[in-house]
Design a protein around this ligand. Structure first.
Ligand code: KG4
Ligand code: ZN
Length: 337
């Protein structure tokens, strides 16, 4: 008999559903919320409402694309946290109700751990997957972590951010330059034609494997404001070099900590995941680091790096195999780390 799992993601500004049949992805549907762009960031209240609107059609579409009815499902996996509490509540309530109505197991997934599962999504494409153990750099709008992954259910966080996440550093820097939210992809784009050495930014002096991006951000804001005072229009005139310098400083910091972790834990493989893993500069620098340190590098396809439900269903698959079911009265948690 086939094992069919529905995954549901609603932790931030993406409402997503995916269907996994015997561990293979059959459908992966995402409704992104456009309402936040004009506010320069995600507005929690608007996110919850948009999840309410999207969740039924998104799940229906995922089932339709997979060619199954809801009665064929064997389990429902959903994001329990971390994330925006109102947004999480929508996915949690939906998943609980569906599992109860169908009398099937409920699987509560940790969103940050699920990002790591992006490496293992099978969708018919032939792609190398990392053997265990490996080191993962999880970088998104809400998280920045170095994780030792021993198995799908055994992950140890060995480094985390003390302040902003890497994606937040990109987005806040972009905002100062007048670029719309989310600014990360635009910084990436402009940085390609810029000189990263043009505007030196501080290197965070943090011991161990933890990250801090607030120093880079503060210096960048001061740099832009000073430039504008001296020469109005500075941020437009120097946009490429400013983006390249900001991106370079963020990546330098990420790579410095990754190299340290590789050496300290003698890892043979490194992967990246999360929305910032889409950054072309980061991908290039990770490949270089891998060559220099003699470690294998794994970068999942972009669609599985940003928030999606395929990774939630995949994490759920392992929870189900291990018999780790959630009670039907499970509640979401905004912060898990
Ligand atoms: O994983 P994700 O979709 O959502 C969270 O779990 O947070 O990540 C979104 C983040 C945003 O901060 C966005 O600016 C960043 O990923 N991002 C990028 C790029 N594409 C997305 N940052 C830098 N370069 C990119 N190409
Ligand atoms: Zn995420």
């Amino acid at each position: 008999m086939h094992q069919i799992i529905l995954g549901i993601e609603s932790s931030c500004d993406e409402t997503a559903a995916a269907v996994l049949v015997d561990g293979v992805l059959r459908s992966n549907v995402i409704a992104s919320q456009e309402v936040h762009a004009k506010w320069g960031g995600v507005v929690p209240e608007l996110a919850s409402r948009a999840h309410q609107e999207h969740i039924v059609p998104v799940v229906r579409e995922a089932l339709k694309e997979a060619g199954i009815t809801k009665e064929a499902l064997h389990a429902v996996a959903f994001t329990r946290g971390p994330g925006l509490i109102g947004a999480l509540l929508v996915g949690t309530c939906f998943a609980r109700s569906l599992a109860q109505a169908l009398n099937i197991p409920l699987l509560a997934v940790d969103h940050v751990q699920a990002h790591v599962m992006a490496h293992f999504i099978r969708d018919g494409q032939d792609r190398p997957m990392p053997d265990f153990p490996f080191l993962n750099l999880t970088v998104s709008g809400g998280h920045t972590q170095l994780v030792l992954v021993r198995s799908p259910l055994d992950m140890e966080v060995i480094g985390t951010t003390m302040d902003d996440a890497a994606g937040e550093a990109f987005d806040k820097g972009a905002k100062v330059l007048g670029l719309p939210y989310p600014g990360g992809p635009l910084v990436d784009l402009h940085a390609r034609s810029g000189d990263p050495a043009r505007f030196p930014l501080p290197k965070p002096a943090l011991r161990g494997l933890d990250f801090s991006f607030s120093g880079i951000k503060t210096a960048f804001v001061a740099l832009v404001n000073r430039g504008e005072m001296k020469q109005p229009g500075f941020k437009e005139a120097e946009r490429n070099d400013l983006c390249a310098s900001l991106q370079g400083a963020i990546i330098d910091h990420l790579m410095a900590k990754a190299r340290r972790a590789i050496r300290l834990h003698e890892v043979a493989r490194i992967g990246i995941a999360g929305g910032v893993a889409a950054n072309s500069g980061l991908r290039e620098r990770l490949q270089e680091l891998g060559q220099r340190e003699n470690v294998e590098v794994f970068i999942p396809p972009f669609a599985y790096c940003t928030d999606n439900a395929a990774m939630i269903a995949m994490a759920g698959h392992h929870l189900l195999e291990a018999g780790r079911l959630a009670p039907l009265d499970v509640v979401p948690i905004a912060r898990t780390h």
